[in-house]
Design a binder for this molecule. Structure first.
Ligand code: FHN
Length: 687
């Protein structure tokens, strides 16, 4: 909606679910406009993350403990007035913006994301809206101004990391649990949001064109989707081309980094310290990662990832269509740690020879390659495959299986003379004959040109919401293969050239194994994909006489790494709640709940249940464990499926929190009901 943020959750979900039609000057952004805005970022593939601020002064040490980083103020529970003393010590006299930008550029990086303000609230830029900024330090230079100008001179994109959470500003809520002595009297979160917007206006007005706004610290209870949507639109109005990550919203599913279903997803997902297991066609995402174990400088942390590991991660991420944001935590003097410089230089040496196999590439057309990864580029109507060979074949034969294209030329990207390598077809594989010696110990790239778009042995996909059913189930078989016949069988046999052709969805009424395969001119051109759909009896509903709305709860306190057997423990408190919430809790850490009641199933069918929790949780229907989401973790969601007859079914949810963030959300969905939190109206207990 033009210039307005949504006033109700329902409207918000409608707008947010259209989040692909992004906002630009009140007109929905067309897919072509969105692609144009994202293009430089998608082609960049590789950027530098910089976490720098007052925390570089203690450099990870406080009161004899050595394992802190940028969270030191809250992890070491340093009182505000104590931490503010660092302001007078921040004087990075060796800071040289040109040097930082040169190191990034030579590493093959195309953009720099730096902490304009991290959670501690200290601003590395000259802000008129706070004295807690670099101009109040002995350094008295606008670091962001110097860096943005150096980036511009080197044609690198300047990007801001900006924390929504702010442990310094008096209007930011909540306070840290250990900081209850710091009064919240008069604190006004909306006034804090106005303050944050005023600083973002400075960052998007005084430093030229900005590439990305990398929000973070969006996970606390005071932030919500409406603030997020409003902030996204606000930033885009200041610079319409800026790209904004999904942490502007409030719907990120933990460190996996993607927005939950129906939640506002910003412009790209943000897996943190991890790489998604597969590519995510049509989804923009960027893995951010430290070189050692800390984002902010820690003088003791020597647990550095090897250059080889980092180069292979870069190839892995690019082969899945993602970006790699690799972090450096500079020292209080303004220097990159030597180990970081060493890795940037070595990555740069590899990129100098092989950067073409990363820059502006697209995801691999293969599901899996045993010897390495693949990226690709269109060359006219044909395709150039970049085969990233991690494990050089001892027999000199590089087997690229499951490809039906005609082969063009092949050569080593490291070979300046482009000496051609022999390529032979062996059934459904193209085999490239390689020299005995790999040109690179980390990742040797073989270029293989093929005619047309990749025609890969990708079996058709068998799609259905559930793999169990009560009466009937609809199954779709889909494939994006060109000029191929998709055939299937329902008796578990491998489809042949005379098997049934897929025409629309298939309705099953009995337990069935569906098998499907692609054919061309009577010959199979894919493996066979199989899926089993099982007809089940729904769990019988229970007769319960005296019902009241709500659930029973029992609240416990204890220190667990996994869910305890609450039946063996004595609850601190018991009672009735309207839903699965923490309101009775008396501790902020080391507590648990067991909720029990009845879930009213509207009609017989298959139901999916979800718990999204930090830390562990489980959901039972009757004696059946339907969702197992146990363990120590950030917000993480698990799903389970069960067939239920219409009526009342016992539901039991268990949860524990050890320390740090905490939350529990319980959802359900069916073929007729989109995923939604279990409404209070469906929860009952026996009086
Ligand atoms: O709390 C921050 C952390 O300090 C760091 O900035 C990372 C980098 O993405 N983000 C948050 C943790 O998820």
């Amino acid at each position: 909606m033009k210039g307005q943020c949504i006033t109700s959750k329902a409207f918000l979900l409608i707008i947010l679910s259209l989040s692909i039609a992004k906002f630009a000057f009140g007109q929905p952004e067309t897919p072509a406009e969105h692609d144009a805005r994202m293009q430089w970022w998608r082609e960049a593939r590789f950027g530098l993350f910089i976490h720098w601020g007052l925390y570089a002064i203690p450099a990870g040490e406080w009161n004899g403990k050595m394992n802190y980083g940028e969270w030191i103020r809250t992890s070491a529970q340093i009182p505000l007035e104590e931490y503010d003393k660092f302001l007078q010590q921040f004087n990075p006299t060796k800071f040289n913006a040109e040097e930082w930008v040169r190191l990034a550029k030579e590493a093959g990086m195309k953009y720099i994301v730096i902490t304009s303000k991290h959670h501690d609230g200290f601003c590395l830029f000259d802000s008129k809206h706070t004295d807690f900024d670099v101009m109040s330090t002995p350094f008295k230079r606008d670091i962001m101004k110097e860096l943005s100008e150096a980036c511009r001179r080197a044609s690198l994109k300047m990007c801001w990391y900006h924390s929504i959470m702010d442990w310094h500003h008096p209007d930011y809520l909540p306070r840290r649990e250990w900081e209850q002595s710091r009064s919240t009297a008069g604190a006004d979160f909306d006034r804090y949001v106005r303050h944050m917007k005023a600083q973002l206006q400075e960052l998007l007005t005084n430093y030229g064109k900005i590439g990305v706004l990398w929000f973070d610290g969006e996970w606390e209870s005071t932030w919500n989707p409406q603030y997020g949507c409003d902030l996204y639109e606000y930033v885009r109005r200041l610079q319409s081309d800026v790209i904004i990550n999904n942490r502007v919203g409030a719907g990120r599913a933990g460190m996996e980094g993607f927005a939950k279903e129906g939640e506002f997803a910003g412009d790209f997902g943000t897996p943190e310290q991890q790489i998604p297991p597969t590519g995510l066609p049509g989804v923009d995402w960027e893995t951010c990662m430290t070189m050692n174990d800390h984002w902010g400088y820690n003088k003791r942390d020597q647990n550095w990832k090897s250059t080889k590991a980092l180069i292979q991660m870069l190839a892995d991420i690019a082969s899945k269509g993602g970006n790699f944001l690799l972090n450096v935590g500079p020292t209080a003097e303004g220097l990159f740690p030597p180990a970081s410089i060493e890795r940037l230089r070595e990555i740069g040496q590899w990129m100098k020879v092989n950067g073409e196999a990363v820059d502006a590439t697209h995801a691999s057309p293969f599901r899996k390659l045993d010897w390495g990864r693949c990226t690709q580029k269109a060359v006219g109507n044909d395709t150039r495959l970049y085969l990233h060979v991690f494990n050089w074949p001892a027999d000199g034969k590089l087997n690229v299986s499951g490809i039906f294209n005609q082969a063009g030329q092949a050569y080593l990207l490291a070979d300046r003379q482009r000496n051609l390598l022999p390529v032979n077809r062996e059934e459904d594989a193209l085999v490239v004959s390689l020299p005995g010696q790999a040109p690179d110990s980390c990742n040797s790239v073989v270029v293989l040109d093929i005619a047309g778009k990749p025609d890969i042995n990708d079996p058709p996909k068998i799609v259905s919401e559930f793999d169990v059913f009560v009466e009937t189930v609809e199954v779709a078989i889909v494939s994006d293969r060109d000029n191929a016949e998709i055939r299937y069988t329902l008796d578990g046999s491998v489809p042949s050239a005379s098997s049934a052709l897929v025409k629309g969805t298939i309705r099953l009424t009995e337990t069935t194994v569906v098998s499907t395969r692609s054919f061309r001119n009577g010959k199979a051109v894919s493996d066979t994909a199989q899926a089993k759909f099982t007809k089940v009896k729904p769990r019988s509903a229970e007769k319960v006489d005296k019902l009241k709305q709500g659930v029973k709860y029992a609240y416990y306190e204890g220190d667990w790494d996994r869910l305890p057997d609450f039946k063996t423990l004595k609850p601190v408190k018991e009672g009735i709640l309207r839903n699965f919430d923490f309101s009775p809790r008396q501790e902020v850490e080391r507590f648990g709940f067991e909720y029990a009641g009845f879930f009213r199933v509207p009609e017989t069918g298959v139901y999916a249940f979800f718990t999204d929790s930090d830390d562990g949780s489980r959901l039972y229907i009757g004696d059946t464990l339907v969702v197992d989401n146990d363990g120590l973790h950030a917000m993480h969601e698990e799903r389970g499926v069960i067939a239920l007859a219409a009526g009342l079914h016992p539901i039991r949810v268990t949860f524990f929190e050890k320390s740090g963030g905490d939350d529990l959300k319980v959802y359900y969905k069916s073929l007729k009901q989109e995923k939604q939190p279990i409404p209070e109206a469906m929860l009952f207990y026996e009086k």
